[in-house]
Write a protein that binds this ligand. Structure first.
Ligand SMILES: [Zn+2]
Ligand SMILES: [Zn+2]
Length: 137
């Protein structure tokens, strides 16, 4: 089979796909599938750098800021803060793992770290709040 397009990096190998971003020919070894589309390695790197942070982490960030602000208002039970903290820790840990595996957007790294720190802060604060309440009553 000497006909057909060749891989841009490996001239002696037939191309099996074209990069969805830059259009260069790719052999099986060079093809990286993101979502449903084939990409070359440099384009995958660009995509990861430019990808927006996961919306889940942004929601968790909002929840945790709210939880922190609401803590002084929730006199009896710091439940919203506790839930927000728990969600923040779980979601950001999952996102950090995805980023480390190269599946998540690198741009979201800082945000995920902030959410994890806030989440732990909220967990510790609401736990301390509960302990203080129990102590006082
Ligand atoms: Zn490409
Ligand atoms: Zn190749």
């Amino acid at each position: 089979m000497a006909t057909g397009a060749r891989c841009a990096l490996h001239p002696d190998v037939s191309a099996v796909a074209t990069c969805a971003r830059c259009g260069s020919f790719l052999c099986g070894d060079c093809t990286e599938v993101v979502g449903e589309s084939p990409y070359c390695a440099p384009c995958v790197a660009v995509l990861r750098r430019e990808a927006r942070p996961s919306w889940v982490v942004q929601v968790a960030l909002g929840l945790n800021v709210l939880g922190l602000v609401c803590l002084p208002c929730s006199l009896a039970l710091p439940l919203p803060t506790l839930v927000a903290g728990l969600a923040g820790v779980v979601l950001s840990t999952r996102e950090l793992r995805r980023i480390r595996r190269g599946e998540g957007p690198v741009r979201g790294l800082m945000q995920a770290q902030v959410v994890r720190a806030l989440g732990w802060g909220n967990l510790v604060l609401s736990a301390a709040w509960l302990v203080a309440l129990l102590w006082l009553t």
